[in-house]
Write a protein that binds this ligand. Structure first.
Ligand SMILES: [Zn+2]
Length: 755
């Protein structure tokens, strides 16, 4: 059974790395509802090379070269800085109770200095470059920097303050510059290239070969191989792209904030609930001259319920038009910026030897090339569109019955869809929540992990935490602690919204062959307990819990040697697979029986409610998939041109959408002028990833269904072939090793009710 699986599609993951391509990359997977959240990290680093962007960064515990020791910590007044000491905490977790905000900057500066020395030592080596004297020291360079930045970046997101913000403004540019210095270090690259070219002459094992390839490619893709006469232009393109993507995002933000629909009369708002009206009144009270009226914005939390419930068609049209024509022209127009970005990306890709930008991006992904992406998207497109047409016919009928002539419009869709949903499948969140108390859901999650992988979890209140609400768990496998997981459940002012998984430390083996267990961080924003009522989740939140824990398992179970290849450091179109896969378990009747008991009465969730949840899960999937795929195809269209082109707006988009037969009552999930994922974020030629990963997670789960969802052999195969392997082999090969056959698209179609 699957439910609301599409939700995970809406989640957005940012993997960003802060400093350097490898041993210091810290990664953050942020899964959240992108509509509610601007793209933040990548706006800071719009230009960072893809490897940097996608990779987890690592935690290298380098054994620092002798040179670094010349200068002692006390020279810089760093003697009392907790980052300069060996952490004597259990499992070497960060001593949060000892770290002060003022400790970060000096430790980062020292970390940068030390890593620069590490790199210099590699470059100064007079011996011929080898894996042992070049790749290994590079892999393990920057120990201190990794240690500090992992803590800093995590806490900047969930323990934010004015001080931390200001510090970010200082620290991120330092890290970017440091990263550029490494990527553009010609001497370093020359050595790495020499090792790469001689790779067959060294006796390397598979993981070493992989590390060499990944390292070499990260430099190559960053432009290290660009001929001298093109290097200036290459840098110029990166700078322009950085500015343009920033501007694109700012325009969307301004245009979105700049609009409000103010309604004087409550009678015009029939259909809205009391709480929606109250929120609109509150919004109006904060505006100039709108007191006592009702205000609605084109931010989704305001717009969506309005479009779903407001019976006044003219008002729906007005709000919808404002939303869907944002940034098309006027003060915040992005029309010209789209042209510039698409053409600069093309030029960059061609300098790097690719025919188009998509193939440059995809070369580093599981999909490999644009053909594979189009093939997959079109396979889902056809059944999705057919389903959407069926849905449209139903809504059209309902609309005519309401006495409205003419064709169904985009601003009618959500209204009639919601009406029909209420009639057929009404699911009351409030009726479900008492069965999904947070503590119960967590038990259900741990139960799944135990059944699948034999893991047990023990809360350890002795471990230092960064906030009193955070709980720390030891993860135990065969009587051995294999990871520490922090879980931070509730919203607070200092925390960004959404949910995400990151690491304070990745799993890896150090140069002495000692294994370092991962220290994982999971952050959520669940409904807080009130009075004597516990925190109770809804369906979406429960799935979010399982989703993020799927990422966590990818890190917890990692058995990789080198930090760069460890855990979640996998291609973008693969990284969401383990997380989306875990979502399938959340509402399995067998699992619900374990955890879904009423928090007060202990009564098990009634079958009738379970069936309702199940039935509702495929409702509206024609629309959801069609708008998602339309956006994915549009993204590819901009990034597969092989010669500079003009993309007049909105004509270009309309022409491309007509080509695939999109019906007029649906538009692309994001229209081009506000498609931030691809023009302001790092998802250019990448929006397909959601669908790609969904094919895999559905196909993987199908395998579990075939053998029994807790079949030990299947679970062991998933663990050893995928979760333990990180990026130590090609993702497609890992998947094949698990599945024994090519992934099929059928389970996805079936689970989404498209077949
Ligand atoms: Zn995710």
């Amino acid at each position: 059974m699957r439910l609301y699986e599409n939700r995970s599609l809406e989640r957005f993951f940012y993997a960003h790395s802060l400093m350097k391509p490898k041993a210091s990359v810290f990664v953050i997977y942020v899964c959240l509802h992108i509509q509610k959240e601007p793209i933040r990290f990548h706006q800071k680093f719009p230009n960072m090379n893809r490897k940097l962007f996608i990779m987890t960064l690592v935690v290298a515990t380098a054994v620092l070269g002798g040179a670094c020791k010349k200068k002692t910590a006390t020279d810089d007044g760093l003697a009392n800085n907790p980052f300069m000491k060996e952490w004597s905490t259990p499992y070497g977790v960060p001593p949060f109770d000892q770290i002060k905000t003022s400790d970060y900057l000096p430790a980062i500066q020292e970390g940068i200095r030390q890593q620069a020395e590490n790199i210099q030592a590699i470059c100064d080596n007079s011996e011929a470059p080898t894996f042992a004297n070049t790749i290994i020291p590079y892999e393990y360079s920057g120990e201190l920097l990794t240690k500090v930045s992992a803590v800093f970046v995590n806490l900047a997101e969930c323990m934010n303050s004015k001080e931390m913000e200001e510090l970010s403004d200082t620290i991120f540019p330092l890290l970017t510059r440091h990263s550029d210095d490494i990527m553009l270090n010609a001497k370093l690259f020359e050595r790495i290239k020499a090792v790469y070219n001689n790779r067959d002459k060294e006796n390397l094992n598979d993981e070493q070969k992989r590390l060499l390839e990944v390292t070499y490619k990260s430099f190559e893709r960053g432009g290290a191989n660009v001929p001298a006469d093109k290097q200036a232009r290459f840098r110029e393109i990166n700078e322009s792209l950085s500015k343009l993507t920033q501007k694109f995002g700012n325009n969307v933000l301004s245009a979105t904030n700049n609009y409000a629909l103010v309604v004087d009369n409550k009678d015009d708002l029939k259909g809205l609930t009391e709480s929606q009206l109250a929120a609109a009144k509150e919004a109006a009270a904060e505006m100039k001259d709108a007191k006592g009226k009702y205000a609605f914005t084109i931010h989704l939390p305001s717009m969506e319920p309005f479009l779903q419930n407001c019976a006044n068609r003219e008002l729906r049209k007005e709000l919808w038009t404002a939303y869907s024509t944002r940034c098309l022209d006027g003060e915040f127009s992005n029309a010209q910026i789209i042209n510039e970005i698409a053409n600069l990306r093309l030029e960059k890709a061609q300098i790097l030897g690719f025919d188009n930008y998509a193939n440059y991006v995809l070369d580093d992904c599981m999909a490999k090339n644009d053909r594979n992406v189009y093939d997959l998207l079109m396979k889902v497109w056809e059944p999705a569109l057919a389903k959407a047409k069926e849905e449209a016919a139903l809504y059209q009928k309902m609309m005519n019955k309401d006495g409205i002539a003419g064709a169904l419009q985009p601003y009618d869709w959500r209204y009639y869809s919601e009406k029909l949903r209420k009639e057929k499948y009404d699911l009351d969140d409030e009726a479900i929540r008492p069965y999904l108390a947070l503590d119960s859901a967590r038990k259900g999650l741990f139960y799944v992990c135990e059944r699948l992988y034999g893991l047990t979890f023990k809360e350890n209140p002795e471990l230092p935490v960064y906030h009193k609400d955070v709980k720390a768990f030891e993860v135990i496998d065969h009587n051995e602690v294999i990871a520490v997981v922090y879980m931070d459940f509730f919203p607070r002012e200092s925390k960004r919204s959404g949910a995400w998984m990151t690491n304070f430390r990745e799993q890896y083996y150090d140069r002495d062959g000692e294994n370092h267990i991962p220290v994982v961080s999971l952050v959520f924003n669940f409904t807080k307990p009130v009075g004597d009522k516990p925190s109770m989740l809804n369906i979406d939140e429960t799935q979010t819990l399982f989703h993020e824990f799927g990422h966590a398992l990818h890190s917890i179970l990692s058995r990789c040697h080198y930090p760069t290849l460890s855990g979640t450091n996998v291609p973008r179109d693969f990284v969401e697979m383990p997380s989306q896969f875990m979502e399938h378990f959340a509402f399995e009747p067998e699992v619900l029986k374990v955890y879904a008991h009423h928090y007060k009465t202990g009564e098990l969730i009634p079958d009738e409610l379970v069936q309702k949840i199940d039935r509702a899960s495929t409702y509206g999937q024609g629309f959801i998939n069609t708008e998602l795929l339309a956006a994915s195809l549009l993204d590819m269209d901009y990034h597969t041109v092989t010669a500079p082109a003009k993309f007049p707006q909105p004509a270009y988009e309309e022409q491309q959408m007509a080509k695939i037969g999109l019906i007029p009552s649906i538009i692309s999930r994001y229209r081009s002028p506000y498609f931030q994922h691809i023009f302001a974020g790092g998802y250019g030629a990448g929006y397909y990833s959601y669908t790609w990963a969904a094919v895999l997670d559905n196909d993987a789960y199908e395998c579990f269904r075939e053998h029994g969802i807790f079949d030990p052999a299947t679970a062991t195969s998933f663990r050893t072939n995928i979760l333990e392997r990180g990026n130590t082999a090609d993702a497609h090969d890992l998947y094949l090793a698990f599945r024994g056959q090519e992934p099929s698209i059928e389970p996805l179609l079936k689970n989404r009710g498209l077949k």
